[in-house]
Design a protein around this ligand. Structure first.
Ligand SMILES: [Zn+2]
Length: 149
């Protein structure tokens, strides 16, 4: 899915990076200058406050997932102070790009296409299915039924 989103972004003339490492920080807050420099020194490309829970949950549910991480500022390692005016201004500028990318991605997604996301839990469940109570199997059937039946 990331490849598709990146391709659409490029085709529409947007600056896009197909890969990057995201650090999720507790929000809402701005990094201190020291925190910002630590994140950079550890090799993180982008800082956010929201994308981790859904990414991990989607993986566990074997759902294809990709983040469109639009940049609002360089964080304080690069600039003097990050202001809400800068952030909001860039959010508004990025909104059109995000809407375009999502609309075109939805038009061209092949939901029948297989990918590794749909097999993320292959070999991950170590409990013997015979030991899993019926009620638990029933409750988890939608997510992991193919592994515990
Ligand atoms: Zn996938």
């Amino acid at each position: 899915m990331s490849n598709l989103l990146h391709k659409i972004a490029i085709e529409n003339g947007y600056n896009s990076h197909p890969k990057g490492t995201y650090v999720c920080i507790e929000g809402p807050q701005f990094s201190t200058r020291a925190e910002s420099n630590v994140y950079r020194s550890l090799g993180f490309d982008i800082i956010g406050m929201t994308a981790i829970p859904e990414a991990k949950l989607a993986r566990e549910a074997e759902i294809c997932y990709s983040t469109i991480a639009t940049v609002t500022d360089y964080d304080v390692w690069h600039e003097e102070d990050v202001t809400m005016e800068t952030i909001i201004g860039n959010v508004v500028k990025n909104e059109k790009a995000v809407r375009t990318i999502i609309r075109q991605a939805l038009e061209s997604l092949d939901i029948e296409q297989d990918c590794e996301c749909r097999h993320a839990l292959d070999g991950a469940i170590m409990t013997d299915p015979e030991m899993i109570p019926y009620e638990t199997k029933y409750r988890l059937k939608t997510l992991i039924g193919k592994y515990i039946d």
